[in-house]
Ligand binder design. Structure first.
Ligand SMILES: Cc1ncc(COP(=O)(O)O)c(C=O)c1O
Length: 374
């Protein structure tokens, strides 16, 4: 890894993307299902020409992502929003070809217009089947969730307007959780599946993680396609870019207050907000857990926020000003969530090709901070 670029920067590796993409493509090749990139997890569109060789299109959370997918990726453009805006819908119709609505009321408001233009229309279901514990903010089946239509709220009068059904309930899970969810969907909504052209199984499938049970996933997809004669879609975000990106940073200063603290040129609050939101300890190259190696340091950001702390790690030697540190698995949900709190500059974006050449794709400046604020 080179230090030529100004830190901090995201380094995205083509070779690691291709590794994930081949696994995903093997699932669509064997089953005939279609796999879409969920752009909310990763929108570095410089990679879209590569991704488009393996995936069937993109899915969007609204107008901007749909436009990006249509402009830069091509192929199919799907969109799901918990609530579409009247003043954006006409423009959205220019970019998306598949629309998933969250409620019968949104179907009644928008589906007719979409169908007039030849768009495919679906409804997101809430199968009320939680398969995860602990993180309610990532569980669309948690009590009180606004996401998806429950059986009690299903309104059969909209059936003639529907081409497909959609559910998204998983987060970093294996196919055993999908199996449980599909059973719940079939129990509650099976009678509606028979008339549909497609079923979208959402994201949260940890397909490219070592040990993921691909055979079971393939079996579930084949079962659904055979039983209901429909096209299955998957729309993973995380699985597309899992372990394919890094955040390269340098030590700006080392201070001491009961513990050793290294202040980095990257910030948890600005450059990796999930570290604070989840919270989690991002993997760091050449480092161990606290006290596993001889020298333990707290790694913290340069903003004024006391809690701008990435975490505590141990190292073989003491950290010094100018040392380079490399955080792993930093492409998914990280690049899309950066912000300029405290006037922090955004990390540059570097792309490492399979031939090992590295290209600066984008760097940021004062203008990117200023132009957002007035
Ligand atoms: C509707 C929908 N589809 C797909 C995804 C992608 O999920 P993941 O990145 O976990 O695969 C999400 C993530 O929140 C989502 O809300």
């Amino acid at each position: 890894m080179t230090n030529d670029f100004r830190t901090p920067y995201f380094l995205v590796e083509e070779e690691l993307l291709v590794r994930n993409l081949k696994i995903l493509k093997s699932v669509s090749d064997v089953t005939g299902c279609k796999i879409l990139l969920a752009q909310k997890a990763f929108s570095m569109y410089a990679t879209y020409p590569l991704l488009a060789q393996y995936l069937d299109g993109t899915t969007a959370s609204g107008l901007h992502e749909a436009k990006l997918g249509a402009e830069e990726f091509g192929k199919e453009t799907h969109v799901f929003s918990p609530a579409y805006r009247e003043d954006e819908f006409e423009e959205l119709l220019q970019y998306a070809d598949h629309f998933s609505f969250n409620s019968p009321s949104q179907v009644k408001q928008f589906a007719q217009r979409a169908r007039e233009l030849g768009k495919s229309v679906g409804l997101r279901l809430n199968p009320e089947c939680s398969t995860q514990e602990g993180h309610d903010i990532y569980d669309p089946c948690a009590f009180g969730s606004r996401l998806g239509t429950t059986l009690a709220q299903f309104d059969e009068s909209i059936l003639p307007l529907l081409d497909g059904l959609h559910f998204h309930t998983l987060c970093e899970q294996d196919s055993d959780a999908l199996e449980v969810t599909v059973t719940a969907v079939e129990e509650r909504f099976g009678k509606y599946l028979h008339g549909m052209k497609w079923l979208n199984l959402g994201g949260g499938h940890h397909i490219t993680k070592a040990g993921y049970n691909l055979e079971r996933l393939i079996g579930i997809i084949q079962h659904l396609q055979k039983t209901y004669q429909l096209q299955v879609y998957l729309e993973p975000g995380e699985a597309v870019v899992l372990n394919a990106g890094f955040l390269v940073t340098k030590v700006l200063d080392v201070v001491h207050n009961g513990i050793d603290i290294a202040i980095l040129d990257t910030s948890a609050a600005c450059h990796m907000p999930d570290v604070l939101e989840m919270p989690y300890l991002p993997p760091l190259q050449k480092a161990g857990k606290v006290d596993e190696k001889a020298f333990t340091f707290r790694l913290a950001g340069p903003t004024c926020l006391t809690g701008d702390v990435i975490g505590d790690y141990s190292f073989d030697g003491p950290l010094k000003i100018g040392d380079t540190l490399v955080f792993e698995d930093m492409a998914l949900y990280t690049m899309v969530k950066t912000n300029t709190f405290n006037g922090m500059n955004l990390p540059s974006i570097v792309y490492r090709r399979q031939d090992k050449t590295q290209q600066l794709i984008r760097s940021f400046s004062y203008e990117d901070f200023k132009t957002r604020l007035s």
